[in-house]
Design a protein around this ligand. Structure first.
Ligand SMILES: Nc1ncnc2c1ncn2[C@@H]1O[C@H](COP(=O)(O)OP(=O)(O)O)[C@@H](O)[C@H]1O
Ligand SMILES: [Mg+2]
Length: 350
C-alpha cells in the first residue's frame, strides 16, 4: 500500500486530472483530424505538473495551518516549553506531520507520567490520613474513657480520681508528641528546615543524651553504655540539634524495645578515614527480617513494636532517616530476632 502523504495524494490527483485532460484531448484529436499531437502531450504534462504542485501546496498549507495550532497548544500545555525550541527551524510543511506526531507521543507520555505521580500522591495521602487517625484514636478514646469515669462519680473516689487524671495527661502528652513529630517531619519533607552545620564532639553529645534518657532507662532496667574504645573526642561536622534528635530517637527505641536481666544499649564509634560510623546497639527483642526494610517508613511498626504501644508515634525512625539523608549520609539496620538490633549511620569528620 502506498503511504498517504500529501505528496502522494497530490501525485494521484494530478495523475487523474492529467489523464482526464489527456483523454479529452484525444477525443478532440479523434473528432477533428487536423489537430497536432505534440501540443496535446505538452499540455497534458503541463496540466499534470501544475495540478501536482498546486494540490501539494494547498494540502500542505491546509495541514500546516491546522496542525500548527494543535502543535502550539500542546507546546503551551507542556510544562517545559523546551519542545518548542527543540523543533524550531524544522517547521517546513513536509516535516510538520512527523514533528506533530512526535510531539503528541511525547505529550501523551508526559501526561501518563503525571497521572502516575498524582495517583501515587493520592495513595500516599489516603494512607497518611488513615494512619494518622488511627494513631490519634487510641489516646482520644482513652481520655474519653477516663473523663467519663470521673464524671460518673469517679471524681469523688479518692482511689482513682488522681490516677485517671494522670492517665489522661499521659494520653494528651502522647498526642502532643505525635503532633510535634508530624510537624517536624512535614518541615523536613518540604525542605523548610535548613541544616546548621557546625563542629562538635559526638561523644559528649552521647553523654548528654544518655543523661536525658536516664530515668526512662532506669525504669526499664537498661544500662546505657558508651563503648570504652569510644571514650575520646569524636569531632564531627553536622547539625548538632538534629543529630541529638537522631541519637535520642535511636536510644529511646533501644530502651523501649529491650527488656530482661542484662538489658543494655551500647554506642560505638568507628573511624573510617573521612567519616565516623556510629552504631547504636541493643540486646532487645530484635526485628524480624521481613520488617527490617520497612522500619524507616512513616507509621510503620512491627507487630511486637505495636503490641508494646509505649506511646511511640511510629515516626521516630522516619525522622531519623530524613535527618541522616539531609546530611548526605546513610543509615542502616541489622537485627536478629530475640538477640538485638543495631542501627548504624555515618557522619563527616570535622
Ligand atoms: N531497637 C529496636 N528494636 C526493635 N524494634 C525496633 C527498634 N527500633 C525500632 N523498632 C521497630 O521499628 C518501629 C518504628 O520505630 P519508630 O519509627 O521509632 O516508631 P515508634 O518508636 O514510635 O514505634 C517500632 O515500632 C519497632 O517496631
Ligand atoms: Mg521511636
Amino acid at each position: 500500500m502506498v503511504h498517504s502523504s500529501p505528496k502522494n495524494i497530490a501525485l494521484l490527483n494530478a495523475l487523474i486530472i492529467s489523464v482526464i485532460f489527456g483523454l479529452a484531448y484525444s477525443a478532440l484529436f479523434i473528432i477533428y483530424d487536423n489537430i497536432p499531437v505534440e501540443p496535446g502531450i505538452l499540455l497534458t504534462t503541463f496540466v499534470f505538473l501544475l495540478s501536482y504542485i498546486s494540490i501539494n501546496y494547498s494540502i500542505n498549507k491546509f495541514i500546516y495551518a491546522r496542525i500548527k495550532v494543535i502543535y502550539k497548544s500542546i507546546g503551551m500545555m507542556t510544562t517545559s516549553g523546551k519542545r518548542e525550541n527543540k523543533h524550531k527551524g524544522e517547521n517546513r510543511p513536509s516535516d510538520v506531520l512527523d514533528i506533530v506526531n512526535q510531539v503528541v507521543l511525547e505529550w501523551g507520555k508526559e501526561q501518563q507520567d503525571e497521572i502516575e505521580n498524582l495517583k501515587k500522591g493520592a495513595k500516599y495521602r489516603r494512607e497518611f490520613i488513615g494512619n494518622l487517625s488511627h494513631e490519634l484514636k487510641t489516646p482520644i478514646f482513652n481520655i474519653q474513657g477516663y473523663i467519663s469515669t470521673l464524671l460518673e462519680g469517679g471524681l469523688e473516689d479518692d482511689k482513682i480520681n488522681r490516677k485517671f487524671l494522670q492517665k489522661s495527661e499521659k494520653s494528651i502528652n502522647r498526642m502532643i508528641a505525635l503532633v510535634d513529630d508530624l510537624e517536624y517531619i512535614s518541615k523536613l519533607e518540604t525542605g523548610e528546615l535548613k541544616l546548621k552545620i557546625e563542629d562538635f564532639d559526638l561523644s559528649r553529645m552521647v553523654n548528654e543524651v544518655y543523661e536525658f534518657l536516664e530515668i526512662k532507662a532506669a525504669k526499664n532496667n537498661t544500662r546505657l553504655v558508651l563503648h570504652p574504645n569510644s571514650l575520646r573526642n569524636i569531632n564531627v561536622k553536622a547539625d548538632k540539634k538534629r543529630i541529638r534528635q537522631v541519637l535520642i530517637n535511636l536510644v529511646d527505641n533501644a530502651i523501649k524495645y529491650t527488656d530482661g536481666e542484662n538489658s543494655r544499649v551500647t554506642i560505638v564509634f568507628y573511624d573510617f578515614h573521612d567519616k565516623y560510623l556510629i552504631e547504636v546497639k541493643d540486646n532487645g527483642i530484635g526485628i524480624q527480617e521481613a520488617s527490617l526494610l520497612r522500619v524507616f517508613e512513616r507509621f510503620y511498626r512491627t507487630d511486637s513494636g505495636r503490641s508494646r504501644d509505649e506511646g511511640g508515634s511510629g515516626l521516630g525512625l522516619a525522622i531519623v532517616k530524613h535527618i541522616i539523608e539531609a546530611h548526605q549520609q546513610t543509615i542502616s539496620v541489622r537485627s536478629n530476632e530475640g538477640e538485638g538490633t543495631t542501627f548504624s549511620f555515618t557522619l563527616n569528620k570535622a
